[in-house]
Write a protein of this length. Structure first.
Length: 407
């Protein structure tokens, strides 16, 4: 395995506009068609004590290099051959270029301060590649000795461990997806890890990374993120209706495809109150991203049963801080009752001895100049500057009026 030496100050980390998660393009098309003039602001957070400000200059250089990315002819043809996209969007995407002026990056007292502002249809593509850039810049600066061979060796150990802990199970229905773009050690590591999984792990069914999907012949997987629901908090005329508006707008764009709904923007309980019979039948399943996964799964199954829907016709996607141990535990608990898919990210693409993965996110904080919030089922994941808006959101969705400290 050849290892390419990279200078993160001068060599571009990103070489394709498709080096991003699938849900970004899927959401972008919906925004392009429905919310062309909506503007947003998003901000970076490091959930931890890492002082990343010293890397601001390198990250800024990478952001500037992103202006040269564009959809190539072969990539355009590839996307046209998929069932998700419409010609008007792809023709627009072909002309799209990243605008570095939309991104403010600075070292603020040792912390990395990033804010992105602009039309939602453009800003939406920033999050995943920028997080991947931040992660790779930091890890290459801190741990230049690490190679992709180290990552693959670690993966092989984990696959042996998986076989041991699942030896007593019927794993014929186990399904794994690579969700590793945002916090990968490096692009090379992600690509080699996925290649190894294709060779050695028959349960791999797809990747969230469009470039990887194209190059490795894998299905691209992903539907919607928190920002879809957050933006509707200001797009919808009535705050209490915003989640239902987001769910319906998605179905209007994708009536029979990409039918996995994210449940935790405002908590699972609030989601299920809005996820009535019509939505429950139309959507193919649900995705977990915060809170206790067993409790969440039990609530989902009970909800389907109360609506007279056979859970075995639906799918639960688990994607919150998963590793193989947690995935096997959840599979053992649920596999005979509902279809299951496991999206593993950081524990695949940045699980290397001596490396501490970065717990980093970029989330919307404003839509059309007004606040939006992500409450989730884990208080530490709450993000919003405006405490009054958080109180209003909690009241609108009949949640306890307790304001948790924003992360």
């Amino acid at each position: 395995m050849l290892e390419r030496t990279m200078n993160v100050a001068t060599d571009p980390i990103l070489t394709s506009i498709l080096d991003t998660d699938a849900y970004k393009l899927h959401m972008q098309q919906a925004v392009f068609h429905r919310y062309h003039d909506v503007t947003v602001s998003a901000e970076f957070r490091c959930r931890g004590d890492d002082l990343l400000g010293e890397y601001a200059a390198d990250i800024s250089a990478q952001v500037d290099m992103m202006r040269s990315l564009q959809l190539g002819d072969d990539e355009y043809s590839y996307l046209r051959g998929l069932p998700f996209f419409q010609s008007d969007y792809l023709d627009w995407l072909r002309q799209f270029r990243f605008n570095p002026d939309q991104v403010r990056i600075r070292n603020h007292h040792g912390k990395l301060d990033i804010r992105i502002t602009g039309p939602w249809r453009e800003v939406i593509l920033r999050e995943v590649p920028l997080l991947a850039v931040i992660s790779e810049v930091v890890h290459r600066r801190r741990s230049p000795q690490v190679t992709t061979a180290d990552a693959v060796a670690r993966l092989r150990q984990k696959l042996l461990h998986f076989r041991r802990i699942s030896a007593d199970l019927d794993t014929s229905r186990f399904r794994l997806m690579d969700f590793g773009t945002r916090r990968r050690f490096s692009r090379q590591v992600q690509f080699e890890v996925v290649a190894e999984l294709q060779r050695e792990f028959p349960y791999l069914i797809g990747t969230s990374n469009y470039q990887l999907a194209r190059e490795r012949g894998l299905p691209p997987v992903g539907t919607q993120a928190h920002e879809w629901f957050q933006a509707h908090q200001q797009i919808s005329p009535v705050l209490a209706n915003s989640q239902r508006a987001a769910l319906q707008a998605w179905l209007d764009e994708y009536p029979d495809r990409l039918g996995i709904a994210l449940t935790d923007c405002i908590t699972m309980d609030a989601f299920l109150r809005d996820f009535g019979p019509a939505f429950a039948r139309a959507y193919h399943g649900l995705r977990h991203d915060s809170g206790d996964p067993v409790e969440w799964g039990e609530k989902a199954i009970a909800h389907y049963q109360q609506l007279g829907i056979d859970p075995l016709t639906k799918t639960l996607v688990f994607s919150d801080s998963l590793d193989f141990d947690k995935a096997v535990m959840l599979y053992r608990h649920f596999w005979q009752r509902i279809n299951l898919v496991f999206g593993i990210g950081t524990r695949l693409t940045c699980d290397i001895p001596s490396i501490k993965p970065l717990n980093i996110v970029i989330k919307l904080v404003e839509c059309n100049g007004k606040p939006v919030a992500k409450l989730s089922d884990s208080p530490g994941k709450t993000m919003c500057h405006d405490k009054a808006f958080v109180r209003a959101l909690r009241k609108a969705f009949d949640l306890p009026l307790v304001v948790k400290k924003a992360s």
